[in-house]
Write a protein that binds this ligand. Structure first.
Ligand code: SF4
Length: 90
């Protein structure tokens, strides 16, 4: 387990709620959430590869921005990539 537990509950990755109906179509819903909190460059590439085959990638990325999720791979982007995008769009 990495140090994301204080700021983010990995269980939030998959629950389908009224606010996140798209999660029903998430490729990651049956995968180990830890996959999306990689600790190595190889793990990061693997998570991104999975996201690239996900039909709800855009919804997921929007959610990560709206929820200001700081850790993990969301919508196929790393935390660093999301921060960079946010800076450019600010
Ligand atoms: S884009 Fe990636 S993290 Fe987001 S729902 Fe799809 S597989 Fe899961």
């Amino acid at each position: 387990m990495n140090d994301t537990s204080e700021t983010f509950d990995p269980a939030l990755l998959t629950p389908i709620t009224e606010e996140r109906p798209w999660a029903a179509f998430a490729v990651c819903k049956d995968r180990d959430p830890e996959t999306f909190f990689p600790t190595t460059p190889e793990g990061e590439r693997e998570a991104i590869r999975i996201c690239q085959g996900c039909s709800v990638q855009e919804d997921c990325l929007d959610f990560a921005f709206e929820a200001r999720i700081r850790f993990g791979i969301w919508g196929g982007l790393t935390e660093k990539q999301r921060r960079s995008l946010q800076r450019r769009s600010a």
